[in-house]
Write a protein that binds this ligand. Structure first.
Ligand code: SAH
Length: 349
């Protein structure tokens, strides 16, 4: 429920300390509250047991803790769990827990809907309704960590920003969420276990490099031929591959972090030698690796998974040029939890 009280999680550590000082209490109370919020992930002032009852009641009177609720859970035969997440204003996004051997990966959403128009993606069919706040992204991670402990007996190990939305179009909140996840005052996870996936917005890739981020970058390339890319991702008319490449060069110079290209091979779209050679050339420009991902049909007739031979041909040419590559099988397909399938279908929205 939306509350008229101020969301305490909008306050920085400094602001919380200031708040307590002004009340004549010790500033370290602010640090204690911060730890409850961002290190332990609690959603209730009453759970903050190292504060006096009076302080807890006072906080409750003045603040709220807006938080997500896992509204519905679907489990795939392969162990993948898809969550429908109810936000404080009633909107819904999805997050996915993907168990792989001894690891658990959380795939989180960054926007309600998406403003981009990738023709092969189910989320793109939903208009962008709003950006998620940092805490709404953080909460998805905490919820999946809890699920991982309950169902698989281990904590969450990796996070991918590959759910609904374009993370770079919600730059500040996405980076703030990563700060809370990686900071020692927050969950303390290594940024090397986090991957942000973007459709490739050059200006914002540069900004991340300038901001010296330490997480991994994945770019949804799908074609290194400009005309083809524009056909399947129409917004790319504004972002030519030459600009993308410049931005990626800059990223590598600043971060020394190898880029992952996500790439789906479709029949009659990019399954020929022209596209294979273009990809190999593109990959040679900046240290990178390629994830060839399986297409998850979303009911678009124009898009069909390419043949196995075409995918093998891609692998052959990439490997011959010493470009690391792998074929990533879809997970959670039976519950529409795979890449590009997140569209709040279960709720019929
Ligand atoms: N907006 C971001 C993150 C969300 S999409 C991005 O574009 O990277 C996560 C990945 O799934 C992207 O690589 C995207 O291109 C891919 N994807 C989208 N629809 C897909 C589909 N139907 N099948 C397989 N992959 C898909």
């Amino acid at each position: 429920m939306q509350s008229t009280k101020k969301d305490i999680r909008a306050l920085s550590l400094e602001a919380l300390q200031e708040f307590f000082s002004q009340r004549g209490e010790k500033a370290f109370r602010g640090k204690q509250v911060y730890q409850w919020l961002w290190n332990k992930g609690v959603h209730d002032f009453n759970a903050m047991t190292n504060l006096s009852k009076a302080t807890r009641a006072f906080l409750d009177e003045h603040f709220t803790i807006n938080h997500i609720a896992v509204d519905q859970q679907q489990r795939s035969q392969d162990g993948t769990i898809k969550n429908a997440i109810q936000l404080y204003d009633g909107k819904v996004v999805e997050s996915v827990l993907i168990p792989v051997k001894d690891r658990t990966t959380a795939c989180v959403s960054s926007q309600v809907g998406c403003s981009l128009d990738c023709r092969f993606c189910a989320t793109a069919k939903l208009a962008r309704m709003r950006n998620l706040n940092a805490d709404e992204i953080f909460d998805q991670v905490v919820a999946i960590d809890q699920q991982s402990r309950v169902y698989f007996g281990r904590p969450l190990s990796n996070i991918v920003y590959m759910g609904m939305g374009e993370p770079l179009m919600n730059y500040n909140n996405v980076l703030a969420s990563i700060e809370k996840i990686t900071s020692t005052k927050g969950l303390g996870m290594s940024p090397k276990r986090i991957t942000l996936s973007t459709s490739g917005i050059p200006k914002l890739i540069r900004k991340m490099a300038e901001d010296q981020v330490r997480f991994n970058l994945a770019v949804s390339l799908h074609s290194a031929v400009q005309e083809t890319r524009e056909q399947i991702m129409p917004f790319c008319t504004k972002f030519p591959l030459t600009d993308l490449l410049d931005a990626l060069r800059f990223w590598y110079e600043k971060t020394k972090s190898v880029i992952t290209y996500e790439y789906v091979v479709w029949k009659g779209i990019n399954d020929d030698m022209v596209h294979i050679k273009a990809l190999v050339d593109f990959c040679k420009k900046v240290p990178s690796k390629v994830n060839l991902i399986e297409y998850n049909p979303i009911g678009e007739d124009d898009f069909k998974q390419a043949s196995l031979e075409a995918i093998e041909q891609y692998q052959e040419y990439l490997t011959a040029s010493r470009i690391p590559n792998s074929v990533r099988r879809s997970r959670g397909k039976d519950i529409d939890a795979a890449c590009g399938q997140l569209a709040n279908k279960a709720k019929g929205e």
